[in-house]
Write a protein that binds this ligand. Sequence first.
Ligand code: SF4
Length: 322
Amino acid sequence: MNEPVLRIKDLQVRYDTSRGPVSAVNHVSFDLHKGEILGLVGESGSGKTTLGMALVGLIQKPGRVAGGEVWLDGRDLAKLSPREYKAVRLADIALMPQGAMNSLNPVTRIREQILDGIRDHGILMSKPEADTHVAHLLERVGLRSEVADMHAHELSGGMKQRVAMAIAISLQPKVIIADEPTSALDVVVQKRVMETLKDVQEELGASIILIGHDMGLMAQTVDRLGVMYAGRLVELSPIQEALINPQHPYTRLLIESLPTTKGKKRLRGIPGLAPQLLNLPAGCAFHPRCPHTFEPCTVHNPPLTQVGARRWAACHLLEETA
Ligand code: SF4
């Protein structure tokens, strides 16, 4: 693997609520390499979207980054002021937000929405230059240049998602956080949008953190998979190895819940519900749902431990192997 382009160390995001602090992202560390697509999966509330928002400096109160480091280009983004972060966002690290359907401005033409972020970074263009640039961006994401004159309500879901992609790549960032970029799209459109995202990523040489809960999409798209549970990263592994031989019981159950085309298989959901972050179980937060719980699980939280070449998992079952 080449040098990391993004290095996240011990990142913590807390929400200060009237019932006490909630750790939505709990001591998460990993590297993202140049040209890599890293998938982040987990049930709702596992902290993956909060992590993505923290990486682009968009955690809103009562949330806050409570600790840790986010290194990009020799700078720790976690230490930047909101004004400094504004200069980095879009130019170096960009977000394709969850629900692109609703993230576009309904009363502004697409051209202006694309140019907005560019102008915000002090890049001035003449009208013909701006028109050419917008047309080029739209073409890059598979849209006709006429889309520039349209409003969001005139576009299909897939087209809106492509516009969100055009905005995200408008300043050629090194890292793109794509938060469920294909949710609410049918599978055919989903596949095409993901193909475009991969093409654009290769053209830019960018790295992507793909957030989602669709393991099938992850299997087709990402190089490595990170699995989050209750705010923690519980497994990190190359995708093929994660699918063939998952190390963490939660990852195994996520994979077993996938339908297969090879013969009939009884689909099994994961028993129980994701825990409330305000009231996490003692020890391993997965222990009330885990089929392998044994004595230390209810007392000690297992650390993320290296369990193979480029593989990490947080489970007491693996400690001896490690
Ligand atoms: Fe299951 Fe224990 Fe491993 Fe947690 S630490 S995943 S409860 S076996």
